[in-house]
Ligand binder design. Sequence first.
Ligand SMILES: [Zn+2]
Length: 156
Amino acid sequence: MCMKNGKRAGKFIRGALFALMQWTWGLPQNLVGAALLPLFRGRRFRYHGALVTVYRGMRKLTDNSGFSLGSFIFIPEAWSDHDKEHVVVHEYGHSVQSLILGPLYLPVVALPSVIWSRRYTKRWKTYRARGIGYTDRFPENDADRLGEAVTGEKPY
Ligand SMILES: [Zn+2]
């Protein structure tokens, strides 16, 4: 077997393991992610085993933002290319949290993340003035760290 085939086989095995784990241990959030897929339209591409959707604006969703549910990552098309490029690394970190925490992902990561995101969006000026960044606390700092460690790319 030549090196190129070996690399391709490695990539395939990692992708298959990623999908298998998300569809078993990470099943609850992966099901929600799969259910949302037809509602969020836009360009889709594979990213380290995850399926990324760059979705067009949703009228019902007042604060369009990036989010991750198992192997499904959603990123708003309206964001700048720079922001999209980096937020995908952060969101992938949440996908890795899904692999680690399994059924605990929704209560331990998703719920606090939604609450914190809403609070931060409303009072970002106050937080900025106090020197508190969005990804300074759990689970956001953990997502940055894991995303960077696994993909080798920068989340910011
Ligand atoms: Zn996050």
